[in-house]
Design a protein. Structure first.
Length: 108
């Protein structure tokens, strides 16, 4: 006699609210990266201030990418711990957020 289902079901898409936030944040990270590449390819440079904030065409997508990546990390961890959301998309989004956080720690 068994007391439960012994099959492990792995979903691709998120099953909870925080999981959807994690995937959406990872999509925002990817959109920011694409916008950053397009801004650089269009000939934008840093400007007179010699920092990234001297040109908001570069700073805007970069900030969207950083905030999206960190949000994907936090909401992905919350989705995995609190909602037990172990879907592939949430795991990938959390991994993307972890890579962004590690880059910010070790590259800065």
């Amino acid at each position: 006699m068994t007391t439960g289902d012994r099959h492990f079901h792995m979903h691709f898409g998120p099953t909870g609210r925080f999981g959807r936030w994690a995937v959406g944040s990872a999509v925002a990270f990817a959109a920011g990266q694409v916008a950053e590449v397009l801004a650089v390819a269009s000939g934008q440079d840093r400007g007179v201030a010699d920092t990234i904030f001297g040109n908001w065409w570069l700073a805007g997508p970069a900030l969207v990418s950083v905030v999206g990546g960190l949000s994907a990390l936090v909401s992905g961890i919350v989705a995995m711990i609190r909602e037990h959301d172990r879907s592939i998309a949430v795991a990938f989004s959390t991994l993307v957020g972890l890579l962004v956080a590690l880059f910010m720690i070790f590259a800065g």
